[in-house]
Design a binder for this molecule. Structure first.
Ligand code: ARG
Length: 569
Protein backbone atom coordinates (compact mmCIF):
# COMPACT_ATOMS: atom_id res chain seq x y z
CA UNK A 1 0.00 0.00 0.00
CA UNK A 2 1.05 3.52 -0.70
CA UNK A 3 0.97 4.33 3.00
CA UNK A 4 3.65 1.68 3.51
CA UNK A 5 5.81 3.35 0.90
CA UNK A 6 5.48 6.62 2.79
CA UNK A 7 6.41 4.80 6.01
CA UNK A 8 9.51 3.38 4.34
CA UNK A 9 10.57 6.80 3.16
CA UNK A 10 10.15 8.12 6.71
CA UNK A 11 11.99 5.20 8.26
CA UNK A 12 14.98 5.99 6.07
CA UNK A 13 15.21 9.58 7.33
CA UNK A 14 14.06 9.17 10.95
CA UNK A 15 16.27 6.48 12.49
CA UNK A 16 15.54 7.99 15.93
CA UNK A 17 12.13 6.31 16.12
CA UNK A 18 11.31 2.55 16.01
CA UNK A 19 9.77 1.50 12.71
CA UNK A 20 6.39 0.45 14.04
CA UNK A 21 5.99 3.73 15.89
CA UNK A 22 6.52 5.54 12.63
CA UNK A 23 3.95 3.35 10.91
CA UNK A 24 1.42 3.90 13.69
CA UNK A 25 1.87 7.64 13.74
CA UNK A 26 0.97 8.23 10.10
CA UNK A 27 -2.33 10.04 9.70
CA UNK A 28 -4.68 10.88 6.87
CA UNK A 29 -5.48 14.62 6.97
CA UNK A 30 -9.16 15.48 7.16
CA UNK A 31 -8.80 18.09 4.45
CA UNK A 32 -7.63 16.89 1.07
CA UNK A 33 -5.86 20.21 0.56
CA UNK A 34 -3.58 19.35 3.49
CA UNK A 35 -2.08 16.44 1.63
CA UNK A 36 -2.61 12.70 1.28
CA UNK A 37 -0.77 11.74 4.46
CA UNK A 38 0.67 13.48 7.48
CA UNK A 39 3.35 12.57 9.95
CA UNK A 40 3.08 14.27 13.36
CA UNK A 41 6.44 14.94 14.99
CA UNK A 42 5.40 14.96 18.67
CA UNK A 43 7.08 11.67 19.50
CA UNK A 44 10.37 12.96 18.19
CA UNK A 45 10.61 15.89 20.60
CA UNK A 46 12.60 13.92 23.12
CA UNK A 47 15.16 12.47 20.73
CA UNK A 48 15.62 15.73 18.88
CA UNK A 49 15.47 17.91 22.02
CA UNK A 50 13.39 20.33 20.03
CA UNK A 51 9.82 21.45 19.67
CA UNK A 52 7.84 19.33 17.15
CA UNK A 53 7.21 22.44 15.06
CA UNK A 54 10.99 22.80 14.67
CA UNK A 55 11.46 19.18 13.72
CA UNK A 56 8.80 19.06 11.00
CA UNK A 57 10.67 21.37 8.57
CA UNK A 58 13.86 19.32 9.04
CA UNK A 59 12.14 16.11 8.10
CA UNK A 60 10.26 17.76 5.25
CA UNK A 61 13.58 18.93 3.88
CA UNK A 62 15.00 15.40 3.99
CA UNK A 63 11.98 13.93 2.21
CA UNK A 64 11.75 16.45 -0.57
CA UNK A 65 13.13 15.23 -3.84
CA UNK A 66 11.95 11.68 -3.14
CA UNK A 67 10.17 10.36 -6.27
CA UNK A 68 7.15 9.24 -4.24
CA UNK A 69 6.13 12.80 -3.46
CA UNK A 70 4.74 15.55 -5.56
CA UNK A 71 5.07 17.97 -2.68
CA UNK A 72 6.27 17.86 0.93
CA UNK A 73 5.22 20.56 3.40
CA UNK A 74 5.83 21.27 7.05
CA UNK A 75 2.72 22.67 8.72
CA UNK A 76 3.23 23.32 12.41
CA UNK A 77 4.29 20.01 14.01
CA UNK A 78 3.19 18.01 10.94
CA UNK A 79 4.96 16.86 7.82
CA UNK A 80 2.31 16.76 5.11
CA UNK A 81 2.96 14.95 1.88
CA UNK A 82 1.22 14.88 -1.47
CA UNK A 83 1.85 11.59 -3.21
CA UNK A 84 2.94 11.67 -6.80
CA UNK A 85 -0.09 10.56 -8.82
CA UNK A 86 1.85 8.26 -11.09
CA UNK A 87 3.63 6.56 -8.18
CA UNK A 88 0.34 6.14 -6.38
CA UNK A 89 -1.51 4.77 -9.36
CA UNK A 90 1.31 2.39 -10.18
CA UNK A 91 1.25 1.00 -6.68
CA UNK A 92 -2.53 0.43 -6.74
CA UNK A 93 -2.36 -1.24 -10.14
CA UNK A 94 0.40 -3.54 -8.96
CA UNK A 95 -1.45 -4.51 -5.84
CA UNK A 96 -4.64 -5.19 -7.69
CA UNK A 97 -2.79 -7.29 -10.22
CA UNK A 98 -0.80 -9.25 -7.64
CA UNK A 99 -3.75 -10.54 -5.62
CA UNK A 100 -5.79 -13.44 -6.86
CA UNK A 101 -8.89 -11.85 -5.37
CA UNK A 102 -8.02 -8.31 -4.46
CA UNK A 103 -9.11 -7.32 -0.95
CA UNK A 104 -9.45 -10.87 0.34
CA UNK A 105 -7.14 -12.14 3.04
CA UNK A 106 -5.67 -14.95 5.06
CA UNK A 107 -6.43 -13.60 8.53
CA UNK A 108 -8.59 -16.65 9.13
CA UNK A 109 -5.89 -19.15 8.18
CA UNK A 110 -3.75 -20.65 10.91
CA UNK A 111 -0.04 -21.37 10.66
CA UNK A 112 -0.62 -25.04 9.87
CA UNK A 113 -2.86 -24.03 6.97
CA UNK A 114 -6.12 -24.98 8.64
CA UNK A 115 -8.81 -22.38 9.04
CA UNK A 116 -10.22 -20.69 12.10
CA UNK A 117 -13.88 -21.46 12.67
CA UNK A 118 -16.49 -18.80 13.16
CA UNK A 119 -19.96 -19.85 14.23
CA UNK A 120 -22.69 -17.39 13.26
CA UNK A 121 -26.13 -17.67 14.81
CA UNK A 122 -28.51 -15.57 12.76
CA UNK A 123 -31.98 -15.49 11.29
CA UNK A 124 -32.96 -18.00 14.00
CA UNK A 125 -36.65 -17.72 13.27
CA UNK A 126 -39.50 -18.87 15.42
CA UNK A 127 -41.48 -21.83 14.18
CA UNK A 128 -45.18 -21.31 13.50
CA UNK A 129 -44.71 -17.56 13.66
CA UNK A 130 -44.58 -15.30 10.63
CA UNK A 131 -41.18 -14.69 9.07
CA UNK A 132 -41.68 -10.98 9.24
CA UNK A 133 -39.71 -7.94 8.24
CA UNK A 134 -38.11 -7.74 11.71
CA UNK A 135 -36.31 -11.02 11.06
CA UNK A 136 -34.98 -9.68 7.79
CA UNK A 137 -32.32 -7.73 9.63
CA UNK A 138 -30.71 -10.61 11.49
CA UNK A 139 -30.81 -12.63 8.29
CA UNK A 140 -29.07 -10.14 6.06
CA UNK A 141 -26.63 -8.80 8.64
CA UNK A 142 -25.61 -12.36 9.54
CA UNK A 143 -25.27 -13.35 5.92
CA UNK A 144 -23.04 -10.36 5.20
CA UNK A 145 -20.80 -10.93 8.22
CA UNK A 146 -20.43 -14.55 7.13
CA UNK A 147 -19.33 -13.45 3.66
CA UNK A 148 -16.90 -10.91 5.06
CA UNK A 149 -15.20 -13.49 7.25
CA UNK A 150 -15.06 -16.04 4.46
CA UNK A 151 -13.39 -13.42 2.30
CA UNK A 152 -10.76 -13.12 5.01
CA UNK A 153 -10.06 -16.84 4.93
CA UNK A 154 -12.16 -18.04 7.86
CA UNK A 155 -14.31 -21.13 7.83
CA UNK A 156 -17.83 -20.18 8.79
CA UNK A 157 -20.64 -22.26 10.21
CA UNK A 158 -24.02 -20.62 9.89
CA UNK A 159 -26.60 -21.78 12.37
CA UNK A 160 -30.31 -21.13 12.27
CA UNK A 161 -31.10 -21.58 15.96
CA UNK A 162 -34.78 -22.26 15.41
CA UNK A 163 -37.23 -21.17 18.06
CA UNK A 164 -38.90 -24.55 17.89
CA UNK A 165 -39.53 -25.39 21.55
CA UNK A 166 -41.49 -23.86 24.36
CA UNK A 167 -44.96 -23.45 25.82
CA UNK A 168 -46.34 -21.88 22.65
CA UNK A 169 -46.25 -25.32 21.05
CA UNK A 170 -48.50 -26.63 23.79
CA UNK A 171 -50.95 -23.87 22.88
CA UNK A 172 -50.70 -24.65 19.18
CA UNK A 173 -51.34 -28.33 19.80
CA UNK A 174 -54.40 -27.66 21.96
CA UNK A 175 -55.78 -25.13 19.48
CA UNK A 176 -55.28 -27.50 16.59
CA UNK A 177 -56.92 -30.40 18.38
CA UNK A 178 -59.93 -28.24 19.22
CA UNK A 179 -60.47 -26.18 16.11
CA UNK A 180 -57.93 -27.22 13.53
CA UNK A 181 -58.40 -28.79 10.17
CA UNK A 182 -55.65 -30.60 8.34
CA UNK A 183 -56.51 -29.51 4.80
CA UNK A 184 -56.87 -25.91 5.84
CA UNK A 185 -53.48 -25.83 7.54
CA UNK A 186 -51.84 -27.61 4.62
CA UNK A 187 -53.29 -24.95 2.33
CA UNK A 188 -52.64 -21.88 4.46
CA UNK A 189 -49.38 -22.85 6.11
CA UNK A 190 -47.99 -20.53 8.77
CA UNK A 191 -50.87 -18.12 8.27
CA UNK A 192 -53.23 -20.93 9.18
CA UNK A 193 -51.17 -21.78 12.26
CA UNK A 194 -51.09 -18.13 13.27
CA UNK A 195 -54.86 -17.95 13.02
CA UNK A 196 -55.14 -20.88 15.43
CA UNK A 197 -52.69 -19.25 17.80
CA UNK A 198 -54.62 -15.98 17.76
CA UNK A 199 -57.86 -17.86 18.37
CA UNK A 200 -56.29 -19.68 21.31
CA UNK A 201 -55.46 -16.37 22.96
CA UNK A 202 -58.90 -14.96 22.35
CA UNK A 203 -60.67 -17.97 23.77
CA UNK A 204 -58.29 -18.26 26.70
CA UNK A 205 -59.36 -14.82 27.85
CA UNK A 206 -62.75 -16.26 28.75
CA UNK A 207 -61.63 -19.75 29.54
CA UNK A 208 -58.42 -19.85 31.57
CA UNK A 209 -58.54 -23.64 31.71
CA UNK A 210 -57.18 -23.56 28.15
CA UNK A 211 -53.90 -22.29 29.50
CA UNK A 212 -53.70 -25.25 31.87
CA UNK A 213 -54.39 -27.59 28.99
CA UNK A 214 -51.64 -25.96 26.98
CA UNK A 215 -49.17 -26.24 29.82
CA UNK A 216 -50.06 -29.89 30.25
CA UNK A 217 -49.67 -30.43 26.50
CA UNK A 218 -46.21 -28.91 26.53
CA UNK A 219 -45.21 -30.93 29.58
CA UNK A 220 -46.29 -34.12 27.83
CA UNK A 221 -44.31 -33.03 24.78
CA UNK A 222 -41.25 -32.71 26.96
CA UNK A 223 -42.01 -36.19 28.31
CA UNK A 224 -42.12 -37.64 24.81
CA UNK A 225 -45.85 -37.87 24.09
CA UNK A 226 -45.78 -39.16 20.53
CA UNK A 227 -49.16 -37.80 19.52
CA UNK A 228 -48.32 -34.23 20.36
CA UNK A 229 -44.75 -34.55 19.17
CA UNK A 230 -45.91 -35.66 15.76
CA UNK A 231 -48.16 -32.60 15.56
CA UNK A 232 -45.22 -30.45 16.58
CA UNK A 233 -43.03 -32.06 13.91
CA UNK A 234 -45.67 -31.23 11.36
CA UNK A 235 -45.78 -27.58 12.47
CA UNK A 236 -42.01 -27.40 12.15
CA UNK A 237 -42.13 -28.91 8.68
CA UNK A 238 -44.78 -26.46 7.48
CA UNK A 239 -42.77 -23.52 8.77
CA UNK A 240 -39.50 -24.69 7.30
CA UNK A 241 -41.07 -25.28 3.91
CA UNK A 242 -42.31 -21.75 3.90
CA UNK A 243 -39.13 -20.09 5.05
CA UNK A 244 -37.18 -22.11 2.51
CA UNK A 245 -38.85 -20.00 -0.17
CA UNK A 246 -37.74 -16.79 1.52
CA UNK A 247 -34.17 -18.04 1.92
CA UNK A 248 -34.20 -19.00 -1.73
CA UNK A 249 -35.27 -15.48 -2.72
CA UNK A 250 -32.58 -14.00 -0.50
CA UNK A 251 -30.00 -16.58 -1.54
CA UNK A 252 -29.18 -17.23 2.11
CA UNK A 253 -28.15 -20.69 3.27
CA UNK A 254 -27.42 -22.41 6.55
CA UNK A 255 -25.09 -25.19 7.60
CA UNK A 256 -27.26 -26.16 10.54
CA UNK A 257 -30.87 -25.83 11.63
CA UNK A 258 -30.22 -27.10 15.14
CA UNK A 259 -32.72 -25.07 17.10
CA UNK A 260 -33.87 -25.00 20.67
CA UNK A 261 -35.46 -28.46 20.58
CA UNK A 262 -32.12 -29.95 19.58
CA UNK A 263 -30.81 -29.17 23.06
CA UNK A 264 -33.61 -30.91 24.97
CA UNK A 265 -31.38 -33.86 25.80
CA UNK A 266 -28.20 -31.78 26.14
CA UNK A 267 -29.02 -29.72 29.20
CA UNK A 268 -28.44 -32.19 32.02
CA UNK A 269 -24.66 -31.92 31.82
CA UNK A 270 -24.56 -28.12 31.91
CA UNK A 271 -27.14 -28.01 34.73
CA UNK A 272 -25.11 -30.51 36.74
CA UNK A 273 -22.01 -28.41 36.19
CA UNK A 274 -23.81 -25.26 37.34
CA UNK A 275 -24.82 -27.10 40.46
CA UNK A 276 -21.37 -28.52 41.07
CA UNK A 277 -19.87 -25.03 40.81
CA UNK A 278 -22.39 -23.81 43.36
CA UNK A 279 -23.84 -21.34 40.88
CA UNK A 280 -27.49 -22.35 41.14
CA UNK A 281 -29.54 -20.77 43.89
CA UNK A 282 -33.23 -20.98 44.57
CA UNK A 283 -35.39 -17.94 44.02
CA UNK A 284 -39.17 -18.07 44.23
CA UNK A 285 -39.08 -21.76 43.46
CA UNK A 286 -36.92 -21.31 40.38
CA UNK A 287 -33.23 -22.20 40.01
CA UNK A 288 -31.23 -19.14 39.03
CA UNK A 289 -27.69 -17.85 38.72
CA UNK A 290 -27.31 -14.75 40.85
CA UNK A 291 -25.67 -12.01 38.82
CA UNK A 292 -26.23 -9.08 41.17
CA UNK A 293 -22.49 -8.73 41.60
CA UNK A 294 -22.35 -7.87 37.89
CA UNK A 295 -25.32 -5.51 38.02
CA UNK A 296 -27.60 -7.84 36.17
CA UNK A 297 -30.84 -9.55 37.11
CA UNK A 298 -30.53 -13.27 37.85
CA UNK A 299 -30.36 -15.69 34.96
CA UNK A 300 -33.21 -18.19 35.32
CA UNK A 301 -32.08 -21.70 34.45
CA UNK A 302 -34.99 -23.86 35.62
CA UNK A 303 -38.51 -22.67 36.20
CA UNK A 304 -40.35 -23.66 39.37
CA UNK A 305 -41.91 -26.64 37.57
CA UNK A 306 -38.42 -27.80 36.63
CA UNK A 307 -38.71 -26.96 32.94
CA UNK A 308 -35.95 -25.27 31.00
CA UNK A 309 -36.17 -21.90 29.29
CA UNK A 310 -34.58 -20.02 26.40
CA UNK A 311 -31.42 -19.22 28.41
CA UNK A 312 -30.95 -22.84 29.52
CA UNK A 313 -31.02 -23.97 25.93
CA UNK A 314 -28.54 -21.24 24.99
CA UNK A 315 -26.11 -22.42 27.67
CA UNK A 316 -26.32 -25.95 26.27
CA UNK A 317 -26.04 -24.65 22.70
CA UNK A 318 -22.88 -22.64 23.41
CA UNK A 319 -21.15 -25.66 24.96
CA UNK A 320 -22.29 -27.90 22.13
CA UNK A 321 -20.93 -25.44 19.56
CA UNK A 322 -17.57 -25.17 21.26
CA UNK A 323 -17.26 -28.95 21.41
CA UNK A 324 -18.50 -29.49 17.87
CA UNK A 325 -16.89 -26.62 15.97
CA UNK A 326 -14.01 -25.54 18.20
CA UNK A 327 -14.83 -21.99 17.27
CA UNK A 328 -12.48 -19.04 17.29
CA UNK A 329 -15.55 -16.85 17.69
CA UNK A 330 -19.23 -17.49 18.14
CA UNK A 331 -21.42 -14.62 16.95
CA UNK A 332 -25.09 -14.00 17.74
CA UNK A 333 -27.04 -11.58 15.61
CA UNK A 334 -30.33 -10.52 17.20
CA UNK A 335 -32.40 -7.41 17.91
CA UNK A 336 -31.07 -5.10 20.60
CA UNK A 337 -33.88 -6.29 22.90
CA UNK A 338 -31.71 -9.29 23.68
CA UNK A 339 -28.62 -7.41 24.82
CA UNK A 340 -29.29 -8.32 28.44
CA UNK A 341 -29.98 -11.96 27.63
CA UNK A 342 -26.59 -12.33 25.97
CA UNK A 343 -24.71 -10.41 28.65
CA UNK A 344 -26.20 -12.84 31.16
CA UNK A 345 -25.44 -15.85 29.00
CA UNK A 346 -21.79 -14.89 28.47
CA UNK A 347 -21.34 -14.13 32.16
CA UNK A 348 -22.84 -17.45 33.22
CA UNK A 349 -20.55 -19.32 30.83
CA UNK A 350 -17.58 -17.42 32.20
CA UNK A 351 -18.59 -18.27 35.78
CA UNK A 352 -18.90 -21.91 34.74
CA UNK A 353 -15.19 -21.72 34.01
CA UNK A 354 -15.24 -21.68 30.20
CA UNK A 355 -12.37 -19.45 29.18
CA UNK A 356 -13.81 -19.34 25.66
CA UNK A 357 -16.77 -17.29 26.93
CA UNK A 358 -14.66 -14.30 25.89
CA UNK A 359 -14.92 -15.44 22.27
CA UNK A 360 -18.67 -15.01 22.14
CA UNK A 361 -20.02 -11.81 20.69
CA UNK A 362 -23.53 -10.46 20.60
CA UNK A 363 -24.19 -8.30 17.56
CA UNK A 364 -27.37 -6.29 18.16
CA UNK A 365 -29.32 -4.21 15.70
CA UNK A 366 -32.12 -1.64 15.82
CA UNK A 367 -35.76 -1.94 14.85
CA UNK A 368 -37.37 -1.76 11.45
CA UNK A 369 -40.52 0.21 11.16
CA UNK A 370 -42.74 0.82 8.22
CA UNK A 371 -43.49 4.18 6.77
CA UNK A 372 -47.04 4.87 7.87
CA UNK A 373 -49.73 3.97 5.39
CA UNK A 374 -47.37 2.80 2.68
CA UNK A 375 -47.35 -0.84 3.71
CA UNK A 376 -50.33 -2.73 4.84
CA UNK A 377 -51.46 -6.28 4.65
CA UNK A 378 -54.63 -8.17 5.28
CA UNK A 379 -53.16 -9.61 8.45
CA UNK A 380 -53.00 -6.19 10.03
CA UNK A 381 -49.65 -5.19 11.42
CA UNK A 382 -47.55 -8.15 10.42
CA UNK A 383 -45.68 -7.84 7.18
CA UNK A 384 -44.66 -11.25 5.92
CA UNK A 385 -41.22 -11.00 4.45
CA UNK A 386 -42.16 -13.18 1.52
CA UNK A 387 -44.93 -10.73 0.55
CA UNK A 388 -42.57 -7.82 0.89
CA UNK A 389 -39.89 -9.41 -1.28
CA UNK A 390 -42.43 -10.44 -3.89
CA UNK A 391 -43.75 -6.94 -3.98
CA UNK A 392 -40.24 -5.59 -4.45
CA UNK A 393 -39.79 -8.01 -7.33
CA UNK A 394 -43.12 -7.02 -8.89
CA UNK A 395 -42.34 -3.32 -8.64
CA UNK A 396 -38.93 -3.90 -10.18
CA UNK A 397 -40.46 -5.98 -12.96
CA UNK A 398 -42.71 -3.03 -13.83
CA UNK A 399 -39.77 -0.63 -13.90
CA UNK A 400 -37.79 -3.06 -16.08
CA UNK A 401 -40.66 -3.55 -18.44
CA UNK A 402 -40.62 0.15 -19.01
CA UNK A 403 -36.88 0.73 -19.14
CA UNK A 404 -35.66 -2.38 -20.85
CA UNK A 405 -38.48 -4.65 -22.02
CA UNK A 406 -36.23 -6.75 -24.27
CA UNK A 407 -33.97 -7.80 -21.45
CA UNK A 408 -33.16 -11.49 -21.45
CA UNK A 409 -34.11 -13.34 -18.24
CA UNK A 410 -35.98 -10.28 -17.03
CA UNK A 411 -37.59 -12.41 -14.33
CA UNK A 412 -34.28 -13.38 -12.71
CA UNK A 413 -32.95 -9.84 -12.97
CA UNK A 414 -36.14 -8.52 -11.38
CA UNK A 415 -35.50 -10.87 -8.46
CA UNK A 416 -31.87 -9.84 -8.13
CA UNK A 417 -32.70 -6.14 -8.26
CA UNK A 418 -35.92 -6.22 -6.25
CA UNK A 419 -34.55 -8.36 -3.45
CA UNK A 420 -31.16 -6.66 -3.67
CA UNK A 421 -32.84 -3.29 -3.17
CA UNK A 422 -34.46 -4.43 0.06
CA UNK A 423 -31.26 -6.00 1.39
CA UNK A 424 -29.15 -3.01 0.43
CA UNK A 425 -31.53 -0.62 2.16
CA UNK A 426 -31.43 -2.72 5.29
CA UNK A 427 -27.64 -2.67 5.33
CA UNK A 428 -27.22 1.00 4.53
CA UNK A 429 -26.82 2.29 8.09
CA UNK A 430 -24.98 1.50 11.23
CA UNK A 431 -26.79 -1.63 12.37
CA UNK A 432 -27.92 -0.27 15.73
CA UNK A 433 -29.79 2.53 14.02
CA UNK A 434 -33.51 1.97 13.52
CA UNK A 435 -34.60 1.54 9.92
CA UNK A 436 -37.73 2.96 8.36
CA UNK A 437 -38.82 1.08 5.34
CA UNK A 438 -40.22 3.07 2.44
CA UNK A 439 -40.53 1.97 -1.15
CA UNK A 440 -39.39 5.34 -2.46
CA UNK A 441 -36.06 4.98 -0.72
CA UNK A 442 -35.66 1.31 -1.48
CA UNK A 443 -36.27 1.30 -5.21
CA UNK A 444 -35.00 4.69 -6.30
CA UNK A 445 -32.62 4.07 -9.21
CA UNK A 446 -30.82 7.38 -8.71
CA UNK A 447 -30.43 7.56 -4.95
CA UNK A 448 -27.98 5.77 -2.73
CA UNK A 449 -29.66 2.47 -3.38
CA UNK A 450 -29.01 -1.08 -4.45
CA UNK A 451 -30.48 -0.54 -7.92
CA UNK A 452 -28.20 2.47 -8.39
CA UNK A 453 -25.07 0.46 -7.61
CA UNK A 454 -26.26 -2.53 -9.61
CA UNK A 455 -27.07 -0.25 -12.51
CA UNK A 456 -23.57 1.21 -12.39
CA UNK A 457 -22.13 -2.29 -12.42
CA UNK A 458 -24.27 -3.15 -15.45
CA UNK A 459 -23.14 0.07 -17.14
CA UNK A 460 -19.47 -0.72 -16.58
CA UNK A 461 -20.03 -4.28 -17.80
CA UNK A 462 -21.66 -2.94 -20.92
CA UNK A 463 -18.69 -0.66 -21.61
CA UNK A 464 -16.45 -3.72 -21.55
CA UNK A 465 -18.81 -5.65 -23.81
CA UNK A 466 -18.96 -2.80 -26.29
CA UNK A 467 -15.17 -2.73 -26.37
CA UNK A 468 -15.33 -6.41 -27.32
CA UNK A 469 -14.11 -7.68 -23.93
CA UNK A 470 -10.47 -7.23 -24.92
CA UNK A 471 -7.55 -8.87 -23.16
CA UNK A 472 -6.40 -6.07 -20.82
CA UNK A 473 -2.83 -5.57 -19.66
CA UNK A 474 -1.78 -3.47 -16.68
CA UNK A 475 -1.87 0.03 -18.15
CA UNK A 476 0.55 2.91 -18.06
CA UNK A 477 -0.29 4.78 -14.81
CA UNK A 478 0.36 8.08 -16.59
CA UNK A 479 -2.92 7.58 -18.41
CA UNK A 480 -4.96 7.53 -15.22
CA UNK A 481 -3.79 10.68 -13.52
CA UNK A 482 -6.76 12.95 -14.19
CA UNK A 483 -9.01 13.83 -11.28
CA UNK A 484 -11.86 11.42 -12.13
CA UNK A 485 -9.65 8.39 -12.60
CA UNK A 486 -7.71 9.31 -9.47
CA UNK A 487 -10.85 9.36 -7.35
CA UNK A 488 -11.51 5.75 -8.37
CA UNK A 489 -7.90 4.69 -7.88
CA UNK A 490 -7.94 5.96 -4.30
CA UNK A 491 -11.19 4.18 -3.55
CA UNK A 492 -9.87 0.94 -4.97
CA UNK A 493 -6.80 1.22 -2.83
CA UNK A 494 -9.04 1.51 0.19
CA UNK A 495 -11.05 -1.64 -0.51
CA UNK A 496 -8.95 -4.06 1.58
CA UNK A 497 -9.10 -1.67 4.54
CA UNK A 498 -12.84 -1.28 4.34
CA UNK A 499 -13.33 -5.04 4.22
CA UNK A 500 -11.26 -5.46 7.36
CA UNK A 501 -12.96 -2.62 9.16
CA UNK A 502 -16.42 -3.99 8.31
CA UNK A 503 -15.45 -7.45 9.56
CA UNK A 504 -13.81 -6.17 12.73
CA UNK A 505 -16.77 -3.97 13.65
CA UNK A 506 -19.38 -6.41 12.34
CA UNK A 507 -20.75 -3.54 10.27
CA UNK A 508 -21.86 -4.38 6.73
CA UNK A 509 -22.89 -0.77 6.11
CA UNK A 510 -19.22 0.12 5.67
CA UNK A 511 -19.25 -1.98 2.51
CA UNK A 512 -22.70 -0.80 1.43
CA UNK A 513 -21.64 2.85 1.55
CA UNK A 514 -18.34 2.06 -0.04
CA UNK A 515 -20.08 0.55 -3.09
CA UNK A 516 -22.10 3.75 -3.42
CA UNK A 517 -18.91 5.82 -3.32
CA UNK A 518 -17.30 3.66 -6.01
CA UNK A 519 -20.44 3.76 -8.17
CA UNK A 520 -20.63 7.54 -7.88
CA UNK A 521 -16.96 7.97 -8.72
CA UNK A 522 -17.33 5.69 -11.72
CA UNK A 523 -20.39 7.51 -13.03
CA UNK A 524 -18.50 10.80 -12.86
CA UNK A 525 -15.55 9.27 -14.64
CA UNK A 526 -17.87 7.78 -17.24
CA UNK A 527 -19.38 11.17 -18.01
CA UNK A 528 -16.16 13.18 -17.91
CA UNK A 529 -13.61 10.86 -19.47
CA UNK A 530 -14.50 9.34 -22.83
CA UNK A 531 -13.66 5.66 -22.69
CA UNK A 532 -14.39 4.03 -26.05
CA UNK A 533 -13.71 7.31 -27.84
CA UNK A 534 -10.62 8.22 -25.82
CA UNK A 535 -7.96 10.38 -27.51
CA UNK A 536 -5.58 7.49 -28.12
CA UNK A 537 -5.53 3.71 -27.94
CA UNK A 538 -3.38 3.59 -24.82
CA UNK A 539 -5.71 5.89 -22.89
CA UNK A 540 -8.67 3.86 -24.03
CA UNK A 541 -7.06 0.65 -22.80
CA UNK A 542 -6.16 2.27 -19.47
CA UNK A 543 -9.74 3.49 -18.97
CA UNK A 544 -11.07 0.07 -19.89
CA UNK A 545 -8.73 -1.46 -17.34
CA UNK A 546 -10.04 0.93 -14.71
CA UNK A 547 -13.57 -0.03 -15.75
CA UNK A 548 -12.68 -3.66 -15.33
CA UNK A 549 -11.35 -3.01 -11.83
CA UNK A 550 -14.57 -1.19 -10.99
CA UNK A 551 -16.68 -4.16 -12.10
CA UNK A 552 -14.59 -6.39 -9.86
CA UNK A 553 -14.92 -4.06 -6.88
CA UNK A 554 -18.66 -3.54 -7.31
CA UNK A 555 -19.44 -7.19 -7.85
CA UNK A 556 -17.27 -8.28 -4.93
CA UNK A 557 -18.56 -5.50 -2.68
CA UNK A 558 -22.20 -6.28 -3.46
CA UNK A 559 -21.45 -9.95 -2.95
CA UNK A 560 -20.13 -9.18 0.53
CA UNK A 561 -23.48 -7.71 1.51
CA UNK A 562 -25.39 -10.54 -0.15
CA UNK A 563 -26.59 -8.57 -3.17
CA UNK A 564 -26.33 -9.95 -6.71
CA UNK A 565 -24.73 -8.05 -9.58
CA UNK A 566 -26.56 -8.66 -12.88
CA UNK A 567 -24.49 -7.78 -15.94
CA UNK A 568 -27.44 -6.37 -17.82
CA UNK A 569 -30.45 -4.59 -16.46
N1 ARG B 1 -35.47 -17.08 18.01
C1 ARG B 1 -34.98 -15.90 18.66
C2 ARG B 1 -35.82 -14.71 18.25
O1 ARG B 1 -36.48 -14.73 17.24
C3 ARG B 1 -33.54 -15.59 18.32
C4 ARG B 1 -32.55 -16.64 18.70
C5 ARG B 1 -31.14 -16.13 18.68
N2 ARG B 1 -30.17 -17.13 18.96
C6 ARG B 1 -29.94 -17.65 20.17
N3 ARG B 1 -29.01 -18.60 20.25
N4 ARG B 1 -30.54 -17.22 21.23
O2 ARG B 1 -35.82 -13.71 18.94
Amino acid sequence: MIQDLFAEALIAVVPELPEDQIRDAIEIPKEKTMGDFAFPCFRLAKAFRKAPAMIAPEIAEKLSGHPLFEKVQAVGPYVNVFIDKVAWTKSVLEEYEAAETFGSGTEGVKEDGSKKNIVLDYSSINIAKPFHIGHLRTTVIGNSIKKLYEFLGYNTISVNHLGDWGTQFGKMAVAYQKWGNKEEIEAKGVRGLMALYVRFHEEAKNDPSLDDEARAAFASMENGNEEILSLWRWFVKISLNEVARVYELLDVHFDSYNGESFYMDKMDGPIALLREKGLLVESEGAQVVDLSEYNMPPCIVLKSDGSSIYATRDIAAAIYRKNTYDFDKCLYITASEQILHFSQLFKVLELMGFEWAKDMVHIPYGFVSLEEGKLSTREGNVIYLEDLLNEAIAKTRDIMNEKNPDLENLEEVARQVGVGAVVFHDLFNNRIKDVTFSWDNVLNFDGETGPYVQYTFARASSVLRKAGDPELKVPDPEKLTDEYAQEIIKLIEDFPNRVREAARKYEPYIITRYTVAVATAYNKFYHEDPILTAEDEETKMARLYLTKMVTYILKTGLGLIGVAAPERM
